[in-house]
Design a protein around this ligand. Structure first.
Ligand SMILES: *Cc1c(COP(=O)(O)O)cnc(C)c1O
Length: 361
């Protein structure tokens, strides 16, 4: 029996260190902010080669705060539009909506499963569109000259949803989450850098933006009892920061292990060098996905579906987006299947899964 993902096995190599780090917070008497949060912000800033990191409560809040901060600064206005991929987790769109902006989906590329960047320009309304949100889905970077060119031409911000691609790098060495104007990170327990609860971060080179994000996440206040903005409470929990401080140094090794497993699944040894992907998920498409999933389950292999319903088909977006069709995203939702890809899997387990897969008729 190989479960799709076992979080205890995932964290097992780090449990001694994590127990010590969390105990230090417990014994410190300081439970909001403090050393562990600051240390994690600094460590992530070094990893991202970016000057500004704000630790926050989760990935959805990170993305929401970015848009709210752009509105406070006057860079965006409520009611403006944000280009988003049609194939993504719904949180990408929820962040846009929660900030009072309008998500405008763009269909996916069936090869990369990410946004088809050649379709972005036709979705832009000059003066109305404020930003492009690029989502590096399944851990594969979505970034190219077309995306950059359109953003420059129409003076749009590029916000990265980097919940899934931490540690993935372009050929020039730039890392996901430091490509655009600002990025939201998630450290949800199943992510490649996972906490033991909810956590997230905003990463940017824009010091003004970072300052407003930090204030917004703290009741709109950067000075005690002085509230500049209608803020929220979205701070990073120091217990989670302690866990993340332990795990960040192991991230690159874990990502590389995922590439090795991907090489076994795909039969393509060059996958070990696919540095622009961290294989947050290893996904395959099959027109008989549900049968395949049952076949794998009957052979003791757990799988998952990311995601069975695209955001524009969700009841919460029925009024806004229900009349639109995005054929590629809809096909992906019907055919996609995620195989186990956690770093603790052995080569033999991956080979077993691959051989069972080839027996599906
Ligand atoms: C996980 C995820 C989020 C949301 O992160 P949370 O920490 O769960 O709020 C946003 N976007 C994508 C693509 C994600 O995978």
């Amino acid at each position: 029996m190989i479960p799709f993902l076992d979080l205890h096995s995932l964290n097992a190599p780090y449990l001694n260190e994590i127990n010590r780090a969390v105990a230090a917070v417990v014994n410190s008497g300081r439970y909001i902010g403090g050393e562990q949060v600051t240390a994690f912000e600094n460590a992530l800033a070094r990893y991202q080669d970016a000057p500004c990191v704000v630790g926050v409560s989760n990935g959805l809040d990170a993305l929401t705060l970015i848009f709210l901060a752009y509105i406070e600064i006057g860079v965006m206005k409520p009611g403006q539009e944000v280009i988003v991929p049609a194939n993504t987790y719904i949180a990408s769109l929820l962040a846009v909506s929660r900030a009072g902006l309008i998500p405008v989906p763009v269909d996916a590329d069936i090869e990369t499963l990410n946004m088809d960047t050649s379709l972005i320009e036709q979705a832009i309304k000059p003066g109305v569109t404020a930003a492009i949100m690029t989502v590096h889905l399944y851990g594969r970077i979505c970034w190219d000259a077309t995306l950059e060119g359109v953003a420059r031409k129409y003076n749009l911000k590029i916000v990265e949803d980097n919940a899934q691609a931490i540690g993935a790098r372009l050929a020039d060495g730039r890392v996901a989450g430091s490509l655009g104007d600002a990025a939201g990170f998630s450290f949800y327990p199943t992510k490649n850098l996972g906490a033991m609860g909810d956590a997230g971060a905003v990463v940017t080179r824009d010091e003004e933006l970072a300052g407003v994000v930090r204030a917004l996440a703290n009741y709109g206040s950067s000075r005690r009892y002085h509230n500049e903005y209608l803020g929220l409470n979205c701070r990073m929990d120091p217990m989670q920061a302690a866990v993340l401080n332990v795990k960040l140094p192991y991230l690159d090794g874990d990502n590389q292990r995922r590439r090795e497993l991907a090489a076994i699944y795909s039969g393509d040894p060059s996958m070990t060098e696919a540095l622009d992907r961290n294989f947050h998920q290893y996904v395959i498409l099959n027109p008989r996905r549900d049968d395949l999933r049952e076949f794998l389950a009957s052979n003791g292999i757990g799988t998952d579906i990311h995601y069975p319903t695209p955001p524009h088909r969700q009841p919460c977006y029925r009024n806004q987006l229900g009349n639109y069709t995005y054929p590629v995203a809809e096909r992906i939702a019907r055919e996609i299947l995620s195989l186990p890809i956690a770093p603790y899997l052995t080569d033999n387990q991956a080979k077993t899964i691959k051989s069972i897969l080839t027996q599906f008729k």
